[in-house]
Design a protein around this ligand. Structure first.
Ligand code: ADP
Ligand code: MG
Length: 351
């Protein structure tokens, strides 16, 4: 769409010390009305990139612009308050001496006090916190503090909202509930949102787009299911969860692995490839069926699924996930096979 309002990050570099920069030529595009999750391991540069967008770090190279206005670039650095950008920090950074309402109203400019209060109250309502408007941060639970921080970031109607691991300090059940409230408030706001997380499940659950970060670079961007099922590299694949990788050689548009064939169209005959399969797509069949003979050596029950460790005859262990109710148990002889519709083949050098 031509009239999408976007924040564009091009070849952004942030360097704190000699050696490899913390952000190393990162490209990222955030679209208004959409949530982009920035997913990467600890130390990959996520917070540094977020801080550069907020104007809290200067760029050592590259450019950040919102629509036609350059926020950061050669010789240009707009101060944080000149960027229409709301930030939710990992520790929320609420003002301890201000009520939830006054924390929320803090960034509002213009209008009289009554108008600002009304606006702040409306934002607290959007995160279901109106009844706690007069409580101070120390009187609020972790989840409530997180929502005040979100209301404060959204109150001035920013163009861009940046959230740094906003759910990391909260327990699992609360995280699930807060995700829903947060997603609703963000989608209503029409801001371009960047949600920084190291939790793949969170990224998959919340985001319209996932950007994968590794060693200061954005290594893949796409819709959640596309990135999960068609990772561009083994590194990208592992950021989103467990994956099995099989080396193979392409021949007539197919790649033959120990677990059977995968379609490999687009690869020349003789090309070395890497066939990727998620554990839930590996078929665990009866011992008299077709497939690679294996023995189940381990089983871990989970929510609705069980993770099976299966040992092939050459000793290699393969992880498979089947329904929790499936009859697989350690010691069982089985056959393993790829589901050709759910494999993804990448060049060997990307593995
Ligand atoms: P992430 O948020 O993905 O965990 P960070 O952006 O916090 O990653 O850190 C990326 C790298 O930059 C790390 O090696 C970290 O130690 C370093 N780093 C982050 N902030 C600073 C800083 N203020 N001064 C020096 N080095 C920093
Ligand atoms: Mg961080």
């Amino acid at each position: 769409m031509l009239d999408d309002r976007v924040l564009d990050v091009r070849a952004a570099t942030v360097r704190y010390a000699p050696g490899r920069p913390a952000v190393d030529g990162a490209d990222l595009r955030l679209t208004c009305g959409r949530v982009t999750a920035l997913l990467g391991p600890s130390g990959s540069g996520k917070s540094s990139l977020l801080r550069a967008i907020a104007g809290l770090e200067k760029l050592d190279g590259g450019e950040i612009r919102f629509e036609n206005r350059v926020w950061s670039g050669p010789g240009i650095h707009l101060a944080p308050e000149q960027r229409r950008c709301g930030v939710v920090f990992q520790d929320y950074a609420l003002f301890p001496h201000l009520s939830a309402l006054n924390n929320t109203a803090f960034g509002l400019r213009g209008g009289d006090r009554g108008t600002r209060r009304a606006k702040a109250l409306e934002r607290l309502k959007s995160v279901e916190l109106e009844p706690r408007a007069h409580a101070f941060p120390h009187q609020l639970s972790g989840g409530e503090q997180q929502r005040v921080a979100l209301a404060r970031a959204l109150a001035p109607d920013p163009d861009v909202v940046l959230m740094d691991e906003p759910f990391s300090g909260l327990d699992r059940r609360l995280r699930g509930e807060l995700r829903e409230t947060t997603a609703r408030a963000l989608r209503d706001s029409d801001a371009a949102t960047l949600l920084v997380t190291h939790d793949a499940e969170e990224a998959l659950a919340l985001a319209d787009t996932i950007a994968l970060m590794s060693q200061g670079r954005i290594i893949q961007t796409g819709a959640p299911d596309a990135v999960y099922l068609r990772p561009a590299s083994l590194t990208a694949a592992r950021l989103l969860g467990e994956v099995e990788a099989f080396e193979a050689v392409a021949e007539s548009g197919r790649a033959l692995t120990v677990l059977g064939e995968a379609p490999a169209s687009g690869f020349e005959d003789g090309a070395r490839v890497c066939v990727l399969a998620r554990p839930e797509t590996i078929e665990v069949r009866r011992a008299d069926a077709q497939g690679a003979p294996a023995v189940i050596t381990g089983r871990r029950p989970g929510a609705g699924q069980q993770r099976l460790i299966c040992q092939l005859e050459d000793g290699r262990e393969i992880s498979a996930r089947t329904a929790l109710t499936a009859p697989h148990r350690p010691g069982d002889a089985v056959r393993l096979a790829l589901d050709p519709d759910n494999t993804h083949v990448i060049p060997a050098e990307a593995g």
